[in-house]
Design a protein around this ligand. Structure first.
Ligand SMILES: [Zn+2]
Ligand SMILES: [Zn+2]
Length: 249
């Protein structure tokens, strides 16, 4: 085992791996599940899409289409009693810390044929992944990695759903949420939450959106197909009544 010898100066390796893993999971969630699948802000090359489908089901434990469908419920019913995670309808602490619990409740409202992402292959791959880390690092380090990963990943998701609907400016008074520009960097562009609700299909959320340069690079190498018109057009079509995945209120 690598155990206590494998360290970045001053920081246990388990913390570095757990944090890095959470950053990658948050990036995949934001770029693929959120902007691409939930809102159709751009198209992703089918090879990359297949890779991200597998990654998300193994690491996060649900199907990207299911995540996207629950998120569209949030847009359609934002800050109403049907919103899966509104801090105006529930205690903010519940929204901040209870993302998995609220997600599990919301997914019951999706059509029964919505993909679960709990196939035997993905369960097997997850077991293989955790088992490999256990052999390399030992039980304590693996538990530390998992704890850091979960706190950081779920923390970002909870912050978006909580702070984004409670504090900041409201440049679009008719739309839910608030803009808090400095939060855009740690929250992967979601500091502009009011603007996002007003323009959900825009590939770029605002001037400090850290995802935007990544999208430009992915577009330059042919892995993402950006439609520049959509970055300028306010469109709520992706969250509208015709959205095929979500049928039950
Ligand atoms: Zn929102
Ligand atoms: Zn959204």
């Amino acid at each position: 085992m690598l155990g206590g010898d494998a360290r970045v100066p001053g920081v246990p390796v388990a913390v570095v791996i757990g944090f890095s893993s959470a950053v990658v999971a948050a990036l995949v969630t934001e770029v693929y599940c959120h902007r691409c699948l939930a809102h159709g802000a751009f198209r992703v090359h089918r090879f990359l899409a297949s890779l991200l489908d597998t990654y998300f089901q193994v690491v996060v434990g649900t199907h990207p289409q299911t995540w996207a469908a629950v998120h569209r419920l949030h847009h359609r019913y934002a800050d109403t009693p049907l919103d899966p995670h509104s801090p105006l309808q529930r205690r903010p602490l519940t929204v901040l810390a209870g993302s998995p619990f609220l997600f599990a409740i919301a997914r019951r409202r999706l059509p029964p044929d919505t993909p679960s992402g709990r196939g035997i292959v993905h369960l097997g791959l997850r077991g293989l992944l955790v088992g490999s880390f256990f052999v390399m690092f030992g039980l304590v380090q693996v538990l530390t990695m998992l704890a850091v990963h979960l706190v950081c990943y779920l923390g970002v998701m909870g912050m978006v759903n909580t702070v984004g609907h409670l504090y900041g400016r409201k440049p679009h008074p008719d739309s839910p949420g608030y803009d808090l520009a400095w939060l855009a960097i740690p929250l992967l562009g979601h500091g502009y939450h009011n603007s996002h609700h007003a323009h959900p299909a825009a590939a770029r959320t605002g001037p400090l959106d850290p995802i935007w340069p990544l999208l430009r690079v992915l577009s330059a190498v042919g892995l993402v197909e950006l439609d520049d018109r959509r970055t300028r057009v306010a469109s709520r079509a992706c969250c509208g009544a015709s959205t095929p995945l979500v049928v039950r209120p």
